[in-house]
Structure formats: structure tokens, C-alpha cells
Design a protein around this ligand. Structure first.
Ligand SMILES: Nc1ncnc2c1ncn2[C@@H]1O[C@H](COP(=O)(O)OP(=O)(O)OP(=O)(O)O)[C@@H](O)[C@H]1O
Ligand SMILES: [Mg+2]
Length: 264
């Protein structure tokens, strides 16, 4: 069964796209079949996957508005070993047009229904807002992965996001779960980071991944080489951290399956 994970945080620049591209590449490297859907008109996940957003035949616009089937929209050649639904500024038009549709929240979910089981994981890179694109992502997803920086206002933002997720869940997707909270751009020498990190663990317990993504210059450089970090510098701490995250997610999944077998 394929699993769909939205990567979302309404705050900008917290590491959503970096997480999406590098987690997808790490999962693909473990022989999982992976799809990335770029739902951000900035198209950063598209460019970071080695696909030129200015020169793509199709984008998420075609999926959401034109109702083209996924296999007609998908790019199969990326630098990360996964498939990609691209985004560029056309996706802004999609957001506007969505507003005029009946059942506008469920367009992406409908587009994925027939394809979900073709993949082990589908990761959706959300824009930094809680707009109709993000709502579509959350409606289509099994769970939400929340990257966050351990900063002073981060917990407030997180509470607002979790509020939104539970409201959405009650209206459009009662099965939606929090997949996990990921600490990104972490600097252990910064006292505030460690304080916020401690509070995070206190509030959200097991939902906080053990894996921490450190601040690592290689992660910031890789997109300018149009590739996930593991194909740019595989020995970097950034590359290792995202491989560890993929491992943690897979182990959690196995654990859940094990538990459900034991209760049968
Ligand atoms: N762990 C890290 N170490 C160093 N730089 C990082 C790290 N994670 C992300 N960055 C850099 O920080 C910037 C923001 O990251 P990213 O684009 O992933 O955030 P985002 O949440 O997707 O942003 P937006 O909200 O604009 O979509 C980028 O320049 C990225 O290369
Ligand atoms: Mg982004």
C-alpha cells in the first residue's frame, strides 16, 4: 500500500523542500518507488530534482485543473531516482482556479486514487501557507510531516498548524495523522535551539523524530547543482541525516505493522 505524506509548515524557509527532495532521494536509494509532487509555485523541489521548471511539458496545474491523468503529467527522469510532478508559476493559477470549483479540496486526492499503489511513498512539497494547494495536499495525504527550526516562535506556529490539521481532518480527511515533527537546521551550540527542542519533546513526545537534521552547508549547496545532497556529497552530515530519517520512518512503519499483527 502506498503512503502519501504532505510536507507542510506555513512558515517559510524551515526546510520543507530540502526535506522533501532529500527524504525522497533517500527512500528511492533504499529501492522504494517514490513520487514527489511539487505543489509550490516557487518550483524549488522541481529545480532541486534536476528538472527545469521553465521547460517542463506538464505541472501540477494539469493534474489539478485539466484533470490529466498522473502518468501523463509525471517526469520520470530526475536526479534523485524518484518520479516528479513539477511546479512553476502556473500552479499559482491553479490555486486561483481551484476556488471556483465544486469539491475543490479533493482534486488532488481524486487525481491520486488510481496511482497510489504504484508507489511506496508519495511526498508532497507544500507552499509556505495554508492555502487551497496545502488543503489539497492534506486532503490527499495519509499524514503530515512537519519540518521546523527550533526558534523562539516555532512552537506557536506549530500549535497553529496542528490546530489547522485537526480542523481539516474533521471536515475533509478524518484519517489524517501527524507523521512526525522534524527538527531542521539544528545547531546544538545554540542554547535556544536546545531549549526549544526540549519543549518540543515534552509537548509532542514520540511524534518528534529522533533524527535531527543539522545545519549543513552541503544541503544548501546541493540545489545549485540540481541534485539531492546524497548525489552531491554523500559523506556530508546532511546526506547522512536524511538517510537516517528515511531509516527511522521505515522502522516506525515496520513497528506499526508488527503491532497490528500482534493484536490480530
Ligand atoms: N539543514 C540545513 N542546513 C543548511 N541549510 C539548509 C538546511 N535546510 C535548508 N537549508 C537552506 O535553507 C533555505 C530554506 O530551505 P527550504 O527551501 O528547504 O525551506 P522551505 O520551507 O521549503 O522554504 P519555503 O517556505 O520558501 O518553501 C534554503 O536555502 C536551503 O538550502
Ligand atoms: Mg519550499
Amino acid at each position: 500500500m502506498g503512503k502519501i505524506i504532505a510536507i507542510a509548515n506555513q512558515k517559510g524557509g524551515v526546510g520543507k523542500t530540502t526535506t522533501c527532495v532529500n527524504l525522497a532521494a533517500s527512500m528511492a536509494a533504499t529501492k522504494r518507488k517514490v513520487l514527489v509532487i511539487d505543489l509550490d509555485p516557487q518550483g524549488n523541489a522541481t529545480m532541486g530534482s534536476g528538472v527545469d521548471k521553465y521547460d517542463v511539458a506538464h505541472t501540477a496545474y494539469d493534474l489539478l485543473i485539466e484533470e490529466l491523468p498522473l502518468d501523463k503529467v509525471v517526469e520520470t527522469e530526475t536526479s534523485g531516482g524518484y518520479e516528479l510532478v513539477a511546479a512553476n508559476s502556473d500552479v499559482t493559477a491553479a490555486e486561483v482556479k481551484l476556488m471556483t470549483f465544486f469539491s475543490r479540496e479533493t482534486r488532488l486526492r481524486s487525481a491520486l486514487i488510481d496511482y497510489k499503489d504504484k508507489y511506496d511513498y508519495i511526498f508532497i512539497d507544500c507552499p509556505p501557507s495554508l492555502n487551497m494547494l496545502t488543503v489539497n495536499a492534506m486532503t490527499a495525504s495519509d499524514s503530515v510531516l512537519v519540518p521546523m527550526q527550533c526558534e523562539y516562535y516555532a512552537l506557536e506556529g506549530l500549535t497553529a498548524l496542528i490546530d489547522t490539521i485537526s480542523k481539516l481532518a474533521s471536515v475533509v480527511n478524518s484519517d489524517l495523522k501527524i507523521e512526525g515533527i522534524l527538527r531542521t537546521m539544528y545547531d546544538p551550540r545554540n542554547r535556544l535551539s536546545t531549549d526549544v527542542s526540549d519543549q518540543l519533546k515534552k509537548h509532542f513526545g514520540e511524534k518528534v523524530y529522533r533524527t535531527i537534521i543539522p545545519r549543513n552547508i552541503r544541503l544548501a549547496e546541493a540545489p545549485s547543482f540540481s541534485t539531492p545532497v546524497m548525489y552531491y556529497d554523500k559523506s556530508s552530515t546532511g546526506a547522512k541525516a536524511y538517510l537516517a530519517l528515511a531509516g527511522e520512518i521505515l522502522r516506525r512503519e515496520e513497528q506499526l505493522e508488527q503491532n497490528s499483527l500482534e493484536t490480530v
